[in-house]
Write a protein that binds this ligand. Sequence first.
Ligand SMILES: Cc1cc2nc3c(=O)[nH]c(=O)nc-3n(C[C@H](O)[C@H](O)[C@H](O)COP(=O)(O)OP(=O)(O)OC[C@H]3O[C@@H](n4cnc5c(N)ncnc54)[C@H](O)[C@@H]3O)c2cc1C
Ligand code: FES
Length: 255
Amino acid sequence: MAQKRREEALILQKNEIAPGIFDCWLRVDELAKEAGPGQFLMLSCKDGSRLLPRPISICEIGEDKRSLRLVFRVAGEGTKELSQMEAGERIAALGPLGNGFPLKERAAFLIGGGIGIPPILELSKRLSCKKQIVLGFRDEAFLLEDFKKQGDVYVATEDGSLGVKGTVLDAIAAHGLEADVIYACGPLPMLRALKEYAAQHGMECYVSLEERMACGIGACLGCVCQSKDVDAHTNVRNKRVCKEGPVFEAGEVEF
Ligand SMILES: Cc1cc2nc3c(=O)[nH]c(=O)nc-3n(C[C@H](O)[C@H](O)[C@H](O)COP(=O)(O)OP(=O)(O)OC[C@H]3O[C@@H](n4cnc5c(N)ncnc54)[C@H](O)[C@@H]3O)c2cc1C
Ligand code: FES
């Protein structure tokens, strides 16, 4: 497993790529060297009233292994503060954290919904199997051009403004797509529907779950979800999303 490190990351650039969605490249010394797709960082706010760091997924790892791309939506005060930081400022980052996506190299659906889309980009770069990238947006799309360099891209939007009107499963059905493995990150209803679809079609399915986090390193048990089996660490049917996850084989966890 990658060794986690704490660093003062340097913000290289930051742009708003869709309303309220920011794209940010960080310069890091060691953090990116062992990072993989689906792992995340804990970013600490400068404002002392916000003690808890914020978990943000790694969207892309620079080829030099000294830079990391994050794409985030402004949700509350912590992400607002992050969105207001400028190139040249530094931010405390801990990572790479958690278990990312396994690389199965079998025909795959790479599925992202909303702000769950960013970690799918690094995954799409790492896999060299047949990749069908299915992205679901509420309205305005982002990162589309980056994804088009990595495989066939299919889009669904809730309002039908781009691609198929409806969900990612509607896009899969409309294009008659087939695969052996599902990798997914996005809202819970989407992940539940994909877990069921995978079971019906005899597919492997890996989902990235989101929970509120405090420590991000498995110590506080603030982020547990219910698991199928008893967990060796807690001796109950729990798994820590920050430590055993955020990516789980869909059958391992209840959600
Ligand atoms: C493993 C993981 C990866 C994530 N990756 C991304 C990403 O790549 N891009 C992105 O935009 N968002 C991502 N999120 C969600 C992001 O962490 C929250 O939007 C962010 O923490 C909100 O902080 P805030 O201070 O702006 O909002 P507030 O609502 O003010 O936050 C209050 C507290 O609740 C926590 N919190 C609020 N919403 C969430 C949430 N959805 N998930 C977890 N904790 C939350 C905050 O961390 C903070 O401790 C990820 C979450 C997890 C767990
Ligand atoms: S956030 Fe502390 S155990 Fe996961």
